[in-house]
Ligand binder design. Structure first.
Ligand code: ADP
Length: 814
């Protein structure tokens, strides 16, 4: 978690209130807040509810909205959230004037928020800063006192074609710029946030949350499911607002002309006063300029920097007091002075120590550790040699970030990290020119300031989620960052002076390599971390996660012992992941509950067994075991690679009388549809071999469905699974429930290589399956699969579809 400086903006009309009371200062305030971690928890939520009146909170990340609360139910809700994981549901009440409310008074669509800060004011009211995270539909209010508690689930946007909403968004952005330019209340930051919106949906929310309109309309905007509809409604509102503002401006200038004369004398008098004050201000400005000059004198800066700062300080001294540029220049000079220019930590390149640090902080991962140590050895031998950037690739929670930290620790360097997920604008990496109001250096330099030394270990996280759009391609900027030929003089638009980042040890991290620009991959040395098998997870939990969590919760080892069977149960029934992030979260919950009971005066040592887990963690979240309960006809379980590792998905086929038509559902992409056709063609030409009546291909309609939470699916590696499900449906032979498979199929039934084999095998193993059918062409990759998974699964290496059918279907084709 990092503490960043965040801008907070308040609504343009303070009377509209972001609060139950009224918020009085309508100005931008800078506060230091704790930004919560990005994890919003599961999609189904059960959280304290903060009822608000006369306003609506929108899910706009990284924007803090202040809320003033006074009612007991509200304060109790916030206290409950603060005691927990700081998540809360903010829901508007229908009648803002009603003081005492019941669940019936609340709307059922609200926003899950993260409480970043709570302040108790002397008059008994409480002020909180919240960050809206996502829309929630509340299904049920579970309690009303001491605070409302609601159960609900994430309210997702209905899917729509991207080009339409993208076009609407760029139109909206232009209109919104106009509103911000005309309005005296809306700060430029609102526009910058809108410009940086990750999606049309977020853009709509940023705009909605800053418009000064009746709250019922805001609630309506919150409840609309289609982003295009939201943008449409907003369009009307924004156009209306522009008209109002424009009329307002023209009236204002007419009035000004009239008043001007009468004010002439008054103005003269005011000027007199101002001049007297100015003399004081000049002193102040001169003092500030002197302070900056002193800092320059005391610090150690390269000559080019000294020259530049001196010039800027001279400009500062020559400005008339009160000139708006003063702040801009001062900020700029402060930025330059704050950046590390020469300060560095001394490298410790002792390989034995590094190995020790890695082993003390991470279980297993031998190949990864070896690669890291080799990498460090090369650096030690040839310090000046430019080694490629290390890139850790693997699903969430496998320890990429913590390995980065460990590398930094072992070298005695500082560790900093920047997340590139959702960055679509080059300016986010390289900064905005100073002519922009509120401009700042880009993320690279912001992070360098945070590091405070010129040679930190710098993790570029989520490089696979960099986006590209009309605002320029951030990868070009990233390439410059990583290029040893160029990065001794990295150019940031804000800073203007070249900045040397060649001493930084960059490490990249990504969930998958898929979709990364090849130019970027070329520059990196990729190390894959596929995920852990159950035994490894148990060991990680026992040796690393549990001791760490106990310590963080102020507990001692004897306060809570968690047996192996209990850990296994948590892994099997409370998590479904390649890494150990949810496992860590569940263990944190155990520790928290345990700490709570101890604080209540609970009794001494506890050893948790598998049986007692639900008492602490609630009902199991997942069913452990085979993907299907029974051997079924026409349903085969495929295994797919997703950003979070491997995932099992059933492929279902239904055939009905018809005329050879094909229908697909489950958001299948074009490549997958082609796989279905290839499988059909192959089976048709080999119908007799599989005991299928060939006429069925013309007398039946086919429906292929791959359910799984509306995630779009594509890729050719589902080919053999689809063919198996089809063969089963057509022959009536059931598919073995303990089997999963992956591989592409050709028209002649040959089976082609597939990607992400390790992740897929781990997913099958995690689900407790027994048989894994895969292309023979992938056989060599089995060497990299953890022993445990290799022992537990029976691998069928298939070259041809016939072998798949024999292994996957029960009975015989005779
Ligand atoms: P990622 O960056 O890959 O998403 P993190 O580095 O955030 O993963 O890891 C999540 C948590 O799991 C961290 O607390 C980390 O220390 C722990 N962890 C992951 N792998 C291991 C391991 N092999 N040994 C010990 N702890 C681990």
């Amino acid at each position: 978690m990092s503490s960043e400086e965040e801008k907070v903006w308040l609504p343009s009309d303070p009377d509209r209130g972001y609060s139950e009371n009224q918020f009085e200062e309508a100005e931008i305030i800078n506060v230091d807040v704790e930004i919560g971690d990005d994890d919003d928890g599961p999609d189904a939520v059960d959280l304290p509810v903060l009822p608000v009146r006369g306003t609506v909170l929108f899910p706009v990340r990284e924007v803090m909205s202040p809320l003033l609360v006074s009612r007991d139910v509200s304060i109790a809700a916030i206290e409950a959230a603060m005691a927990g994981d700081k998540r809360i549901l903010v829901v508007a009440q229908q009648d803002p004037d009603r003081e005492s409310i019941t669940a019936d008074d609340l709307f059922t669509v609200g926003t899950q928020a993260h409480v970043a800060r709570m302040l108790k004011l002397p008059d008994g009211t409480t002020s909180v800063l919240v960050e809206g995270r996502r829309r929630i539909r509340v299904h049920e209010f579970l309690q009303e006192r001491p605070y409302f508690r609601g159960r609900g689930s994430v309210f997702s946007d209905s899917p729509e074609p991207a080009p339409a909403t993208e076009t609407m968004s760029s139109g909206m952005l232009r209109l919104f710029k106009k509103v911000v330019d005309l309005s005296e209340h809306l700060p430029e930051d609102v526009y910058i946030r809108a410009m940086n919106a990750e999606s049309p949906s977020v853009l709509a929310d940023v705009v909605a949350s800053s418009m000064d309109i009746p709250f019922l309309q805001l609630q309506e905007l919150l409840e609309l499911e289609q982003v295009s509809e939201r943008l449409q409604r907003l369009h009307e509102i924004v156009v209306n607002e522009i008209q109002l503002l424009e009329t307002g401006k023209s009236i204002e200038s007419k009035i000004n002309a009239k008043v001007e004369k009468a004010q002439h004398t008054y103005v003269l008098k005011e000027q007199m006063k101002a001049i007297t004050k100015e003399i004081g201000e000049t002193d102040l400005a001169a003092r500030e300029a002197q302070e900056l000059a002193d800092r320059l004198e005391q610090g150690s800066y390269p000559p080019a920097v000294k020259e530049r700062v001196t010039k800027e300080i001279d400009r500062l001294n020559s400005m008339p007091p009160g000139a708006p540029e003063i702040n801009v220049i001062r900020n700029y000079v402060e930025w330059i002075l704050d950046l590390p220019w020469k300060k560095r930590t001394r490298d410790r390149l002792d390989i034995a120590t590094a190995e020790q640090v890695l082993n003390d902080s991470h279980f297993g991962l031998e190949p990864v550790k070896e690669r890291i140590l080799e990498y460090l050895s090369v650096r030690k031998l040839a310090r000046r040699m430019r080694s490629p950037v290390l890139c850790l690739v693997g699903p969430p929670g496998v320890g990429k970030t913590s390995l980065g930290q460990a590398i930094a620790d072992s070298m005695g360097r500082k560790f900093v990290r920047v997340t590139l997920g959702g960055v679509r604008d080059e300016a986010e990496i390289r900064g905005h020119r100073r002519t922009y109001i509120g401009s700042m250096p880009g993320r690279i330099l912001q992070t360098m300031r945070e590091a405070g030394t010129i040679n930190p270990v710098f993790m570029l996280d989520e490089i696979d989620k960099l986006g590209i759009d009309f605002r320029g391609d951030p990868t070009t900027a990233l390439l410059e960052v990583l290029d040893p030929e160029q990065n001794h003089a990295f150019s940031d638009h804000y800073l203007e002076i070249p900045y040397n980042i060649s001493n930084v040890l960059f490490i990249a991290a990504a969930n998958t390599l898929y979709g990364l620009p090849p130019a970027l991959v070329d520059r990196m040395e990729v190390v894959e971390i596929p995920g852990y098998v159950e035994d490894e997870k148990v060991a990680i939990a026992e040796r690393f996660v549990l001791p760490r969590q106990l310590h963080e919760h102020g507990l001692q080892e004897q306060h809570l012992k968690v047996g192996k069977s209990a850990l296994q149960r948590i892994i099997r029934e409370y998590t479904r992941e390649a890494g150990v992030r949810s496992l860590e979260r569940e263990i944190a919950t155990l520790c928290r509950r345990r700490a709570f009971r101890l604080a209540e005066g609970g009794k001494s040592p506890v050893k948790l067994t598998a049986r007692s887990i639900p008492k602490y963690l609630g009902a199991p979240k997942f069913r452990f075991g085979a993907a299907e309960e029974n051997d079924e006809v026409a349903t085969a379980t495929g295994v797919f690679r997703t950003a979070s590792g491997g995932e099992l998905m059933p492929v279902e086929v239904i055939i009905n009388e018809g005329s050879g038509g094909l229908m697909t559902t489950g958001q299948l992409g074009d490549v997958m549809k082609e796989s279905i056709k290839a499988a059909q063609t192959y089976l048709r030409s080999h119908a007799a071999d599989f005991g299928i009546d060939q006429r069925k291909f013309d007398s039946m309609d086919f429906h292929v469905h791959i359910p799984n939470g509306g995630i779009p699916k594509d890729g050719s590696s589902a080919g053999i699974t689809i063919a198996t499900a089809l063969a089963s449906a057509l022959s009536g032979r059931a598919v073995r429930k303990d089997t999963t498979m992956t591989g592409e199929i050709t028209l002649r039934g040959r089976i082609l290589r597939t990607d992400g084999l390790k992740e897929k095998i781990l997913a099958a193993h995690r689900a407790g399956l027994k048989q894994f059918i895969m292309p023979e062409a992938n056989a060599r990759e089995l060497d990299d699969v953890p022993d445990k998974a290799r022992r537990d699964l029976n691998f069928v290496l298939a070259k041809h579809m016939g072998e798949v059918v024999e292994a996957a279907l029960l009975g015989t084709s005779g």
